[in-house]
Each structure stands twice: as structure tokens, then as C-alpha cells.
Design a binder for this molecule. Sequence first.
Ligand code: WTA
Length: 646
Amino acid sequence: MVGGDEFELETEKLATERIAPPQSFVEQANVTPTQLERFSEEGVDAWEMAGDLLTWDQPYRTVFDEDDGDWFPDGRLNATANCLDRHLDSRKNQRALVWEGQLGETRTETYLELSRKVNAFAAGLRDLGVEAGDVVTLHMPVIPELPVAMLACARIGAVHAVVYAGFSGEALATRMAESDSSYLVVSDGYYRRGDAVSLTNRAETVRAGLDQKVTTVVVDRLGEHHEYSLGDNDYQYRRLLDEHRGETVEPVSRRATDELFLIYTSGTTGEPKRVTHTTGGYLAHTAWTSHAVLDIEPGDTYLCTADLGWITGHSYIVYGPLALGTTVLLREGEADQPPKTKLWELVEKHAVDILYTSPTAIRTFMKWGAEYPDKYDLSSLRLLGTVGEPINPEAWRWLYEQIGDEQCPVVDTWWQTETGGHLITTIPGVDGMKPGSAGPPLPGVEATVVDETGTEVEETTGGYLAIETPWPGMPRELSEETRWAETSDVLPNSEWAYMTGDGAVVDDEYITILGRVDDVINVSGRRYGTMELESIMIGVDGIAEAAVVSGYDDHDQGIYAFANPDSDSADEPALRVRINREIEREIGPFARPDRIVFTPELPKTSSGKIMRRLLTDIAHGNELGDTSALRNPEVVGEIESATQSD
Ligand code: WTA
């Protein structure tokens, strides 16, 4: 990591007054300041409030075991029983899922219908040999079969690993190899912005790349337009469901500390980073934050625009909201996908109470203009939330005023794949809101901003964001022997410090996130490992060196790749094609750089390290700071002109 001058502070962001939440909201909010006092009175034991939102087969006596770092260690439960079975008495005919497909289709599943499908598929998976603890990889777009498969796995104690449908076959195989997964549930394809994308070669790629034998279940999404020929170890989802229709499978009682699922994210090494979430702690954390932060009530209709392939889909489409018994609206496709009226049409049509989306989508809506949302009745909305990246105050205000009509609190929720659920955000009926600042840490969580030595910095000074208390949604990797804190370059100053990889600044107890400060970039709310992209680029014939940073142009974020060809007479257009093709093959088309700039050299410090900060400044169009530490300062002008002419 590099020194303090990387923290770009826009003091304008820090000056804002807090906006009080609308009184009408406060009066009905799920949590009150008095309830939250338990966190200061009881410390870690107050998380019992989260545990108490769940139904336990064997109630826990200990909330947190400090020695092992385990949450609710003596409790037992089943996640699917919490998301489905326990709701059947009171709301079996309430809709659990309402799906809006890319081709304009709508499907609904009541809690009873969903529960029947989950039971049948759980029986089918068992029939194929899946046992508790086995890893089942799921690779599908946002279709109802995906939550069915997730909940069917959880029911029998199998561990699901959802791999985003946009990943390539290679990326899928790498993840299955890493998790030693022998089961794959894959759709025959998906629709992206209306076009059919085939996934039929996935099972083949996976089989070619793996040592283990793989059993595949194929879900039909593309219908008759698409032939899928089943191989020896392939089964059809629909047929499997038919064969097991009407069967019930007892939910397998799991220890709270047992794995619920794995998810891979981008880390600081060249490899995908595995994150393992637990059955009890994770589910308690997501249920509690869905209740306290998203203010979800059982009768609500809730819309989150994330993809189920990422953590937001796991925590705040499936587990948290279904644990609370709400109606979840699933939308296949991106939030800001045309037609420009689509999202608002859905809000009106389904009388959506809560909308949780990304700052990128909001910026697109702003650019399109208020005339699109203005055509619709959005008065059903009670709360708005954002996640994934910092929201600029202008976009925050647009959301608050144009969409929420100043009647809905906006929660800017900071969290990560690793944290499982929210850690820094306002509590909507309790805290004032400061546009651009995520807010205070959740009650029960301590977050500090530290310098490279692990010492807390003064308020309004930028630094590294550390979480200094354990939280229920923390992943298994954090309670095992190698804590991430010990592998970080920045020294933790308490036993539990988890270095988040983000830069941040505190002002008046509210935390403003400044973005990643490690080898991960966050572009339009998606995470990419720069090392991963760079090593793919260097692997391309004709490329000597590469550096990848995130760039901004008028708020449009992008992946900027700088490449140094190994000869002066390189055929740049051909190299560009090869780089794109390799990234597409190894990760997926979504990871293709927005810009590839060819330079005769990369800027290096005297010790030979690539000076990424300078490249970031170039990509952001910022004034360049001091370049005197460079070994090759003359290269800066060349890169700038290459960037402009690109
Ligand atoms: C960023 C997504 C600012 C941050 C849930 C973090 C945010 C990374 C916010 C995690 C926010 C997420 N304000 N930045 N409200 N929420 N981030 O793992 O850089 O895909 O480290 O999890 O997104 O991304 P991930």
C-alpha cells in the first residue's frame, strides 16, 4: 500500500448538515433508539436481538465465543426452515417471489409453492448423491430456479457456490476446482439486454478442466429456441422436479457455525478469493439488518436490483428478506437497462415499498432525466437504499427528492462480500442522513480509520478503514487461524481489526468511504482484482508489462488498462483484440477494459514499482501531483497523450 497522499478528500462532502428522517417514517420504523441502547449496555450479547429473529432447532446459550471467534456456537438451525417453513402457518398464500423476466414474463411463487419446489429439488439433489457439506455450484441468471436451488441446498445442508452467469466457462471451472465441487446446476443460457446468450458449452468446459467427475443439472431458460443435448451425467431440472413432486425433505439441522455457502470475489492476489458464510451468524446478521436498516416488514414488497450472483443478491434478495417473510420482486437484467421507464413501471405495478439499488444506476437515471420516473406513481415507496460504491451527494439528493419525494429515508449501506451484511449505515428511523457519507458503524460495531502503523487518525483525515469488533456475518475465514488482519500491510491495533481495503474519513462520527486502497478496483459497484487482470494481459503474446486502474470520466466509471508492448513496432489493434479475447475467456466479457492505452513504458519509482497512483490520476483526468520520485518522468507526457488520443 502507498502513503497518505492517496486519500483524496473533497471537503465539500464533509460540510453537509444531517437531514432528519421524515417523521412519518420514524413513527413506524422497525427499530427505535431505546432498543439500540442494548448494544452499549450489553456489548456483544446485544446481538441476541439478531439471533432472536431466527427460529432455532436448538437455541444457543452463547452469543459469541471470543476464543474461537464463533457466533451462536451451541445453536442449531436450518436456513431454509427459517426462510420458508416457519412462514407457512401464517402466510402460505402470500407471494414469496415475483419474477419479472427479460422478455416481459411474470411468474409468482407463493411461500407454499416455493416451499414445494424447494422440497422437490432438495429430494432430487439427494437422489443425485448430494450430501450435507458437499459444494453445489449454481450458474444461472436471475430466474426463480436460482433461489429454489440455493434454498434446496441449504435444506439438505449442502453448501452452494453461486457463480455469476456472466463469468466464462474457464472462470467457472477455476472456482469449481478450488471448492472441489462435483455438482453443477446451470441454465442453458440467459438473456442479456434481450439477446440470448448460450451457456451450453459450460458443462463441457468444466469437465475438461476438472479432475473430479461432475454431475450437471440443466435448467431450461431459453426454451425451444435452444437445443441442449444431455450427456451421460446430465439431468434436466424440470424432469427432476417432476419426478420428486410432492416429496418432502426434512430440513437438516446445522450447527450455527456450519457453512451456508461459498462465494468468490476479487482479492489482492491473482486468484479468486473464497469467502465462506455461516448458517447462524450470517443469517442472523442479514435478517437483523434487513429488519433494522432496510426496515423490511413481512407484508412488504421489496425490490433489490442486484444480481443473485453477487453477495448483495445472497444477503438482501434471498436470505435476509425471505427470513423476514416478505415478498421479493426479482428482476432479470440490470437496474438501468432500457426501457428507461422499466424500473418505475415495476415500482408502480407492484406497489414496491422498498427499493435497494446502486449509485451507478441512479447516476444513469439522473442522466436520462426525471421525466421517466415522473410518469409513474411511486408513492408506495417507504425507504430507498444504495450499495456497492460511494454515492456522490448530487445523486443522493436526486434519489431523495425525485424518487422519494423527501418522504423516504435513504440508507447508504457500506459492506462487502467478506462482511456478509451491512456494517456502516444510518439506521433509518434513528439517525440523520448526510448525503455522500455512509453514516456511523452499526450499533455493536466499531470502525476506525487508521494510518499505516495502525494508529487512529484524527477526524477529517483520510486513512485505512478497519473494523475492530467481530460481527455475526463475519466469514469463516476470519475466525480461523490466519486472520486477514495479519496478512495485511497495515498493522492492526487490536486483536480483532479487520482491514477492509477501503480508504475512509470520519467527520462528526460519520464515515465517508473514499474507495479501495488495495489491489482491488471497484468499477460501477463491481469488484475486480487488478493483479488478476494484469496477469492475464501479461500472458498475451506481445505484452511486456501491464497496469490496471479504475478511471472516471464525468462520473462514468471504467476499467483503464495500460499496456507496454514488447516491441516498438507492435500492432496495437491486434494486441487490443487479443487482450480483450483473453480477459473474456478467463473471466468474462463484463471484465473487458473500457480503455486500453498502449505506452512505451509504465511510470516506475526508483525501486522499480509501477506508480499506480499516477495512472489513476491520469485515468481520472486529475492534475498530476509530484512526479519527481519517478525513475522515468518523461513517460508521463507520453502516457497522457496516448490516453487522450485513444
Ligand atoms: C465498496 C458489495 C462506498 C467498497 C456489497 C467495498 C461501498 C466494496 C459501499 C465491496 C458504500 C460497498 N459506499 N463504497 N455504501 N458499499 N462499497 O465485495 O469499496 O462487491 O470495499 O460487496 O464496495 O464490494 P463487494
